[in-house]
Design a protein around this ligand. Sequence first.
Ligand code: AMP
Ligand code: TRP
Length: 345
Amino acid sequence: MTGATPATKFQPRIFSGIQPSGGLTLGNYLGALKRFVEKQDEGVETVYCLVDMHAITIWQEPRKLRHATREMAAGFIAAGIDPEKSILFNQSQVSAHAELAWIFNCVARVGWMNRMTQFKDKAGKDKEAASLGLYAYPALMAADILAYHATHVPVGEDQRQHLELTRDIAIKFNHDYETDFFPVTEPLIEGAAARVMSLRDGTRKMSKSDPSDQSRINLTDDADAIAQKIRKARTDPEPLPETLDGLADRAEARNLVNIYAALANVAPEQVLAEFAGQGFGVFKPKLADLAVSSLSPISARMQDLMQDVTEIDRLLGRGADRAEAIATPIMERCYEIVGMVRSRR
Ligand code: AMP
Ligand code: TRP
């Protein structure tokens, strides 16, 4: 059957991306980066991309974008991504992303794009003023993934809808061109921290673009800042319950328990087993200690790596070469399937 080519027909390959539109947050770390490192160490081929072309769908100061891209690369390496084991690079250095995105713009339907909730959130009230790139963003994301025939994509919960669209694009391409060329990628959305919430509002996700710095922990925050943000995090006066059911209507409390669990590599139930009956006066200092001891070595190493930007650029260039070596033959075959004349080689 053409269309729904199961990912199992393809060699397993993991791909994921993060936008260098600001610094890394605890949400990025627990929802994405920490898991990228775990996947890398499971021995599957891993491709990680700093998606600078996605970042400019919203205005970025060029100097800041350049800095954020390098700092994010440093953050990846500091968190345990080994640029020899994984392929680590920035998107704009490999032209396959933009090229395949164009083909996917012609596969995806306007009606599909109109359903994307992230566009609605990011475009805000004045949709007419949003960039065309912001609207087409999910087609570029599908291109990121499918240019490598990636089979699995670790992301946080907020990306679920975009991954559904990636699957729809692969299925429609395969169907329209009567092929089984693209895999139907599986999302990997796992763990207590797939959705880390704001420290100020348990109904909003922790985000690098939230205007309040108190709402998030940044990977660059020092120990005092981390401890202070956790101390001031919004909670309720109740002690921690014995079971997860007891957190059902307590979004802020649940968020802190989930963060603790993800940092300590244990299940949230285990955190409750340890802290049930205790109030936040006890829990918050413990969480702050855990966060500081987990994050400070990463932020120190990141600062260290940022002393040598030339080396970071070299690593990104080398990663882009390796990425391109995978994507180029896939693109060539794709152009051929679509019916483009390719006569230059
Ligand atoms: P972004 O910062 O939007 O480019 O997101 C990069 C990755 O981090 C994606 O896999 C997101 O799903 C993940 N992520 C971002 N914010 C959070 C959060 N608050 N909780 C969990 N994962 C997140
Ligand atoms: N859209 C993702 C986010 O904002 C980032 C991203 C771009 C991505 N391309 C990707 C994630 C490909 C996974 C795979 O978080």
